[in-house]
Design a protein around this ligand. Structure first.
Ligand SMILES: [Zn+2]
Length: 252
């Protein structure tokens, strides 16, 4: 796209963070873990905002039951590999986004390669096993991890920065009982949009991040609050390690 048409494309948002901020978005490299309900909202808004590179990772194919919330997909995508369908939708919106579509399971083995060369990790997962693996990888590579999770009409978001904030394991030590409960698309939209907002603020240096705070969204009441979160001295991910019992990975 020519410089003039790029300016036109982003003219309504450039006043928020300047052309410099827009350039930062163009140069940003994002790992989007999960191309489901949360991932759909995150991908669409980051692509619309002009984020230059999105590595989108998911191993699933599109199913009929995904369509109530996963707005990256159409009925004609049923049976297709999610990340390939996602790439198509993202490119229909913004051809300039470099999409790296990775159809792979996120586990201890694969995560090292998946986080290579990215500036931040965005949580579009539907399970805490994978989230803990991403949390650990973010700590190891000192990459910020924007956590989001949804349950029915409820959701939560926080921005986890190694050495600055608690990690995911500090605030949620074990898998909560509510994972994979019922879900409606609007909650994924609300929480995914807040995650994308955090990413845009982080990249452009705008506003105040959800650092050391967990935002709780109650869609049924139409209310949100943010509660303070702190490092846990017992955290097995960012706290004491077995090999270095006297040294914390990150100071509290
Ligand atoms: Zn921790």
């Amino acid at each position: 796209m020519s410089a003039e048409s790029l300016d036109a494309r982003y003219q309504r948002q450039i006043p928020l963070f300047g052309k410099e901020g827009q350039k930062k978005l163009k140069n940003a490299r994002i790992l989007l873990a999960g191309a489901g309900g949360l991932g759909s909202a995150i991908a669409m808004y980051l692509a619309a905002a002009g984020v230059g590179y999105i590595r989108i990772v998911d191993e699933d194919v599109v199913e009929t039951s995904n369509l109530n919330r996963q707005i990256l997909y159409r009925e004609t995508d049923i049976g297709s590999c999610k990340v390939e369908a996602a790439e198509k939708t993202i490119h229909a919106l913004n051809r300039d986004v470099d999409v790296d579509a990775v159809c792979r399971h996120i586990n201890e083995k694969s995560v090292g390669n998946l986080v290579q060369g990215v500036d931040m990790i965005l949580d579009g997962m539907d399970n805490f096993a994978a989230r803990y693996i991403l949390n650990r990888a973010g700590l190891d590579e000192k990459i910020p991890f924007i956590h989001g999770a949804v349950n029915g009409f409820y959701g939560q978001v926080t921005t986890l920065i190694p050495g600055v904030t608690p990690c995911l394991r500090c605030i949620i030590p074990t898998t909560p009982t509510w994972e994979k409960n019922a879900i409606i698309g609007v909650t994924c939209g609300a929480i995914g949009s807040i995650e994308a907002t955090e990413a845009i603020k982080y990249i452009t240096g705008t506003g105040e991040l959800l650092k050391n705070r967990l935002l709780l969204w109650d869609g049924l009441r139409g209310e949100s609050e943010s509660i303070q979160i702190v490092n846990s001295p017992e955290c097995t991910d960012c706290g004491f390690s077995e090999s270095e019992p006297d040294a914390r990975r990150f100071p509290v």
